[in-house]
Each structure stands twice: as C-alpha cells, then as structure tokens.
Design a protein around this ligand. Structure first.
Ligand SMILES: Cc1cc2nc3c(=O)[nH]c(=O)nc-3n(C[C@H](O)[C@H](O)[C@H](O)COP(=O)(O)OP(=O)(O)OC[C@H]3O[C@@H](n4cnc5c(N)ncnc54)[C@H](O)[C@@H]3O)c2cc1C
Length: 406
C-alpha cells in the first residue's frame, strides 16, 4: 500500500482489508484504531465469545491517554475498582501487615485505573463491534505471504486474502509461531505459574485483597466491591514451565491442587472452588522478547510480541499503547514503512516496561523462607509509609498525534 496523499487516498480508494488474530485487549484496541484510519478490519477469535475472565487489571500512564482518545475513559472511571487495603498473611493465616495497595503495586492514587478485565474487554468490544467483523470460534490454519497479500485459510474452512495480518493472540501466539518459529526462542520464563478464577465471597471482604504466603506459594482473595464474588489467585514457583499440564484443563487443576495440598488459611476452600470454576485461567509467568515484531505483511502486538508478565502490572497498558502505535504508524504508510516506524517509536517504551525481573525473584512472591522474612520486614515498614508516586516507565512515551482519524 503506497499512499501519496493519505487524507484523500484513504477515504476514496477501496478499503484495505486486514485481519487481526485475537479479540483480547490488544486485538480489540488495534481493530478500533485501524478502523478509524480507514481499514476494513476482521478479527478472528478462537473462543466462542469474548473472553472476559481474569484478575482485575491496571491501566496506567501513557495507556490512560490511549483510552481517553478512544472515548472510553469515562466508562472505565465508572468501573474503577478502588482497592483500599492489601493485607499480607503468614502461613498460619496471621497478619503480617496491611498496606495501601499503591505502595506495593507502583500505581498512582487518583490517576491510574484498576478495572475488572471483563469491564475493559467489554468497553473495547462495544466501541468496535458495529464497524468491525468478528469471527468467533475460528482461528488461522495457514498463512501464506508469497502473493500480493496474505492468503489465509481458517480452521473453520474459509479462505481469504488480506493486505495485512496482525497477531494479537497473546503469550502463546500461533501467529508468531507461523511467522517466526517455536515460542521457546522468545519465551523468558520467570519461574512461577498462576491460576485465577472467581468464587463466592463468603469472607465479608470489600474493596480489599488478602494475600497468604509461604515460600514459593501465594494465595490471594480480591474483593473488587461489596458483591458476592471474589477473584481468587494462586501463584506458585515451579522450576520449569509445566507446559504439558497447562495444555490439559484437568491436569492444570491437579497440578495446582497438589502443590497447595497442605496449605492453610482459606486455601482448601479456594482449591475446591477452583475445581468447579468455569472461568479458570492458568498460565506461566513469563515474558516474550522478540528481536523483530514483524515479517513482511504480518506484525505482532500486545503479549504476542512483548508480554511483560503480570509482575510488572503493565501487560494491559503495553497492549493498549502498542495497538495505538501500530495502527497510527499505518495511518499513512504501507506495511514496510509502517511496521518499521511502529518498532522504532515503541520499542524503548516496551523495554523500559518489561524491566529487569530475574527468575524467581519477584518481591511479592519470595521463594525461600529468608526472602519471605525480608519481604515481610519491608511490608511492616511500608505500612507506615505514605503511598508511592508510581514509576516513570508507565508514562515514558508521549503519544504522537497521527493522521486525523475518521
Ligand atoms: C481469559 C483471560 C484471562 C486473563 N487473566 C489474566 C490475569 O488474571 N492476569 C494477567 O496478568 N493476565 C491475564 N490475562 C492476560 C492479559 O489479558 C494480557 O497479559 C494483557 O492484557 C495483554 O493482552 P493481549 O490482548 O495481548 O492478550 P490476551 O488478553 O491474552 O488476548 C489474546 C486473545 O487471543 C485469543 N487467541 C489466542 N490464540 C488464538 C488463536 N490461535 N486464534 C485466535 N485467537 C486466539 C485469546 O482467546 C484471547 O482472546 C488473561 C487473558 C485472558 C484471555
């Protein structure tokens, strides 16, 4: 695609057809912006419907400006969780410290947003569903870039040609595998796995999180409001990524149940609830680091290209900013120039936000008794300290104003 006069060309020539794999945060945000820049967008999602599960997520710094420009900031303000207290417990359930959540998660009180993941996916989907074609329950079977576009066959049996294809299909992206080969090359395992699901709030919790720890294990209950549901979270250290178990839903549950078998506090009830949960999400705590985010007419975005892991709290914000930057770079450029600009303008922000997390050394999830004691001492001190000012990495990119959107 070569556009000499972008404002005229984009609105008078036939719309370029593009395909996005994955209707998560990155996929829906990218669909929104590409549609605004005049592309005819199709999104293929392997699940039968929008996947709204997951632990509450943060939208911070530069990403706040992305959602403001999308017009969904007021909705997200209404959905803001307003977590007021984070209480840490010892192995026997006794209290270690109760702190202001902002002091430990690096967010800025009164500015950053924390919303249920489902509230964000709903807001993004609602903003695009009338203008974008969604194909649920389907996925890409083959990609062939040998012609003048990208020939795609779908598992559901369809076959179409697109001008460009985008991989927004998460940490274990199939699009990335098609283009760049096996995940192992880009996967940086951080030494933990986690499981999240919802269960009944029989604990009387409201706007608060309780987190229980023993070395190498954490269990948390997160009540976003006064409703009768809590988000349950189990995190455990594991020397190698248990990839085989993670592919099989029953093996996933067995693995977690075995690792928490002798745990105290409310963990036995959490394990029982996990067995029944219909929204269980289990994955490795890992980063994706790729030397290049595109090949030919295909580009990667969000976790598929640069998952930072939840330990950074920046996965969703990177997905939103990355989608904005990628679409904007294509507002008046072809794939080659646009993808180069996307990478040039976004990589430093991504690298900064991925940070320098070492394997198994997440402060909140110590793996040895000594490290846990050190963390607890730190938390006891923190509980008397004022809330933090947030890390500048969240805001390290000033969003360019791209070609005026439609
Ligand atoms: C249901 C769910 C729950 C989550 N819960 C948490 C959580 O609790 N904590 C956390 O840190 N992160 C969680 N995540 C990941 C988190 O959403 C991302 O780290 C972050 O928001 C970046 O978003 P993303 O759009 O790049 O990836 P994701 O949000 O992972 O979205 C990827 C999308 O692509 C779809 N997809 C995957 N493979 C294919 C394929 N082959 N073809 C078509 N579609 C495909 C997925 O179904 C999903 O909708 C969760 C993701 C999902 C899907």
């Amino acid at each position: 695609m070569t556009l000499t006069d972008p404002l005229t060309d984009i609105r008078t020539t036939p719309r370029h057809e593009v395909l996005i794999s994955g209707a998560g945060i990155a996929g829906s945000a990218l669909a929104f912006w590409l549609n605004r820049y005049g592309y005819a967008v199709t999104v293929v999602e392997k699940a039968g419907a929008l996947r709204s599960g997951g632990y509450p997520i943060d939208v911070r710094g530069t990403a706040l400006e992305v959602v403001r420009r999308m017009g969904i900031l007021p909705q997200l303000h209404d959905a803001h969780v307003d977590l007021r207290r984070l209480t840490f417990l010892d192995g026997d359930g006794s209290k270690v410290a109760s702190v202001n959540p902002h002091t430990v998660v690096g967010s800025v009180a009164g500015r950053d947003l924390e919303v249920r993941r489902g509230d964000l996916t709903d807001a993004l989907y609602t903003a695009v569903r009338d203008d974008v074609e969604f194909m649920f329950n389907d996925s890409i079977a083959t990609l062939d870039q040998s012609g003048h576009g990208v020939d795609v066959t779908f598992r559901g049996g369809g076959r179409r040609t697109f001008d460009m294809v985008f991989g927004a299909d998460g940490l274990h992206s199939r699009t990335r595998e098609f283009l760049f080969g096996p995940e192992e090359q880009f996967h940086r395992y951080l030494g933990y796995c986690f499981a999240v699901f919802t269960m009944r709030n029989t604990f009387g919790l409201s706007h608060e999180t309780m987190m229980w720890n023993t070395p190498g294990r954490a269990a948390a209950l997160y009540a976003v409001g006064d409703d009768d549901e809590v988000h349950a979270f189990l995190n455990f250290a594991h020397p190698e990524p248990p990839l085989d178990a993670l592919r099989d839903p029953e093996a996933q549950r067995d693995l977690v149940a075995t690792l928490f078998a002798d745990a105290g506090w409310e963990v036995p009830g959490m394990i029982a609830a996990m067995r029944e949960a219909d929204d269980l999400f289990i994955d490795v705590v890992s980063q994706i680091r790729m030397p290049r985010w595109s090949s030919g007419r295909v580009a990667m975005v969000g976790d598929a290209a640069y998952a930072p892991s939840f330990l950074t709290g920046q996965g969703t914000s990177l997905a939103l900013v990355g989608a904005y930057m990628l679409a904007g770079s294509l507002a008046d450029r072809d794939a080659t120039a646009g993808f180069a600009a996307y990478e040039h303008d976004t990589r430093e922000f991504v690298t900064l936000n991925q940070g320098r997390i070492g394997v198994g050394d997440a402060t909140l999830f110590p793996t040895t008794a000594r490290a846990l004691e050190r963390r607890n001492d730190m938390l006891r001190d923190l509980s008397t300290m004022p809330s933090g000012e947030g890390r500048p990495a969240h805001s390290a990119l000033t969003l360019p104003a791209f070609l005026a959107a439609r």
